[in-house]
Ligand binder design. Sequence first.
Ligand code: 5RP
Length: 277
Amino acid sequence: MDWGMANRMAQLIRADGHCLFLPIDHGYFQGPTHKLEEPRKTLEPLLPYADAVFITRGVLRSSVDPQNTKPIILRVSGGTSVVGKDLANEGLTTTMEEAIRLNVSAVGISIFVGTEYEKESLLNLAKLVDEGEKYGIPVMAVTAVGKELEKRQARYLALCSRIAAELGARVVKTYWCEDFDRVTRGCPVPVVMAGGPQVDTELEVFKFVHDGMRKGAIGVNLGRNIWQNAYPVAMIKAIRSIIHEKATPAQAQKIFESEKTGKGRAGKTHTSRKAAR
Ligand code: 5RP
C-alpha cells in the first residue's frame, strides 16, 4: 500500500484495529431529518468520541470548524431524495479534486445491488476507486438498501459486501444481521456496521454491535441509534467501550446508565421512539 493510502487508513482505524465512524450524511437524501436539523449542534458534543465523521461537503463546510475536527469520510454519491422516484438512482456528486481540496481521509459511495440501477452504482464505485487509488484516498462502499429494510439479511449483505470489495473498496459499510460472520468471512476488506433506523432499546444496539465485533467487524458507522437517542453522548461513550475496550453489552449498558445521569443528556427525552422516526 502506498504511503498516502496507508496513512489515511491509519487516520481512520485506531491502533487497536477498530473504529467508530459517526455518520451525519443522512440529509443528502432525507433533508433535515429528526435530530439532524442543525448538524453542528448534533455533531459538536459527539465529535470528541468519534474516530471519523461521514459527511457531505455542504455540511462539512457549513457546520464543522476546520480547526477542530476528526478525520473526514466524504459522502460523494447522491442525486436522489426520499420523495423522488428511486433512491437507487444515485450518481457521483463530488469530484476527487474537491475531496483533495477538503483534505479528507476517505470518500464514501452507496451501491444498490439487485436494483434497476445496480450496474450504474457499481460502475460509479469502480470509477471512484480508480480516482481514489490515483491519489491515495480510500473508498468506503455503502451497501445501501434504500427503503427495503427487509433486505438486511446475511445472504444479500454478503453478496453486496463481496462485490464492493472485488471492485476495490478499501472499507465496506454494511448492516449488522443474523449470521453476520457470513458477511465478514466473504469480504476480504474491513467491514463496519451501520445501525439503520433507531431500535427500541439501547441494549439491542449494544448487543448487535458486540455480536458484529465478535463476528469480524472492525467497528461501526452508526448514526441514528446514537444521535436520535435522548442521551447521545452517553450512547456514543457506551458504544465506544464495546469497540475500543471490549466491553460486553451489560457493561456498555452500565456506562450508558451512569453517563446519562451526568453530561450525556442532550435535548428532550422521546416519549415514543417509533413516532420520532
Ligand atoms: C445514510 C448512510 C449512513 O451513513 C448509514 O446508514 C449509517 O447511519 P445509520 O446508523 O443511521 O443507519 O449511509 O445514507
